[in-house]
Design a protein around this ligand. Sequence first.
Ligand code: GRF
Length: 202
Amino acid sequence: MKRIAVLASGFGSNLAAIIQAVKRKKIKGAKVALVISDRQDAYVLKRAEKHNIPAVCIAASLDQSRTDYDKSVVKELKHHKIDMVVLAGFMRMISPYFVRAFRNKIINIHPALLPAFKGTDGIGAALCDGAKITGVTVHFVDEQMDHGPIILQSPVEVRDNDTRETLAKKIHVLEHQLLPQTIDLFVKGKLKISGRRVLIKN
Ligand code: GRF
């Protein structure tokens, strides 16, 4: 049984989708064994507690370096014997130290079709730039922001009457499908990284 940690800063709808996929056996051979947030008030922590999943807040202090913060996170992950890390709206850039500690075992969900609209507001940026198509990307995490090898992507059409809210809604629906699907592929050992590409075995 693989042990997944979910790192998130906010609402945790993606955590809910993962928990549900485990329950419905859409993800087999794995469970969410830990949730970490950098924000004490993040609803994702309450959500984890409701499901009896260990939930830990690791808040960053102002004078702390990224590496020092990540040392606390990695310590917690090792303590819980975590095999895979899922960044689901974790609003911190992770350090090379963290990437090395879990090389090719960290995935991130981004609300745009990478490499377009990187950064903290992928949905707003796509709207602002008048994109007609945007979407969702799940990728492995490397040392650069929103950059690691892409695993799965799915497009969303931006309609003339779309607002930030309506676009976000459509994107979230897709995220809740794509993230559990990616986790299942990872757990089954079906993802092979070949340079910048991820090959998906049958
Ligand atoms: C998602 O849109 C994800 O793509 C982004 O942050 C959001 C997290 O949503 N990185 P939630 O907390 O899972 O509801």
